[in-house]
Each structure stands twice: as C-alpha cells, then as structure tokens.
Design a protein around this ligand. Structure first.
Ligand SMILES: [Fe+2]
Ligand SMILES: [Fe+2]
Length: 181
C-alpha cells in the first residue's frame, strides 16, 4: 500500500475529534473499535480501487467514503437509541433499526462535516446492501465489498478472542486439584 498517498487522502478525517471519538465504540465484538473498522475498511477500499484501475480522483473519493461509511454518530446499543426505536412499531420499527438506517445517517453527517459528492453519499447510503438499497455506482460496489471483507475478518477474530477468554476462565477450574472426600 502506498502509505503516504493513503495518509494524504485521509489525514484531515482521521485526526478530526469527532472521528477519533469512534475509538470508544466497540464494533463486531472483541477489542475492535468502530475507528479501527473504519480505517481498515478505507485501506481495503483503497487497495480494491487500485486493483480495479479506477481513476485517481475516484480512488480518492471511494477511500474517503469508506472512511466515513459508519460515521453515524451514536451508540446503537445506548438507551437513547432504544428510545428512538420505541417511536415505531411493527414493520416500521424493523426498517428503522440500526442496520437499515445507519448508512443514510452516516452519509448525511459525513456530508455536513466533510462535504461529499453525490456518488460518495450514494455509496455510503447503500453500504449495508442487501439491507440497504442496491449499490448504484462503482464506488458503492467497492465500498460494500470492502466493508464485508473487513467485517468478516473482524468477526472471526472476535470469535477467537471470546474463545480465548472463555478458555482462560475455564482452564483454572479444569486444572484445579479435586478435593478428596
Ligand atoms: Fe455499516
Ligand atoms: Fe462498516
């Protein structure tokens, strides 16, 4: 990866205080944060866009969109978010759940702070496809693919992390000497 080029494209976002706040939110289990997930997705999208020989300005656009794809700005496990969902019932509650709406929310918030073009907004909005609308441009397909590749790696790492924790808790119990009656 061309590290310097990646940093030139992303530094203003990565160092923004509202972006670094995402270090406090865990994502996909284990010790992974939403910040780590976003940076890794941007790196993956950057590599994919280069491999697909996209034009330079579109590589830059998709890398920034990937960095901001989960920039929705709330904790979906919080009481505030549960209260937001209580405004809806039945099917409308389902369609307002985090998985369905956070792409559109991230696109709006990222646009307000960093100014995105129409193709970037569309890519962020559809990154949860098939739970979101079908991707409508090449940036959107690269982003949804990068997000899924990074998410599946993170989730398998999280399974390993939980298993190691479980093992560490269980082993002392298993290896403890049994008391004679
Ligand atoms: Fe997402
Ligand atoms: Fe994501």
């Amino acid at each position: 990866m061309q590290d310097e080029e990646f940093h030139r494209i992303t530094d203003d976002i990565i160092t923004h205080p509202l972006f670094t706040q995402m270090q406090d939110l865990t994502h996909h289990g284990g010790e992974n944060s939403l910040y780590d997930h976003s940076v890794d997705t941007a790196k993956c999208a950057y590599r994919l866009a280069r491999r697909f020989h996209m034009r330079e300005e579109r590589i830059e656009a998709v890398t920034r969109a990937a960095l901001l794809h989960d920039f929705f700005g709330y904790d979906w496990r919080s009481e505030a978010h549960k209260q937001f969902l209580r405004h809806y019932s039945g099917l409308r509650r389902l369609t307002h759940m985090h998985a369905f709406v956070h792409g559109a929310m991230a696109a709006r918030r990222a646009n307000r702070l960093f100014g995105l073009d129409e193709r970037q907004r569309s890519a962020i909005t559809s990154h949860m496809f098939p739970l979101a609308p079908i991707p409508r441009n090449s940036e959107a397909w690269v982003l949804t693919l990068a997000d899924k590749m990074v998410a599946s790696r993170e989730m398998s790492e999280a399974v390993g992390w939980h298993m190691r924790r479980w093992y560490r808790r269980m082993v002392p119990a298993v290896s403890a000497p049994t008391r004679r009656m």
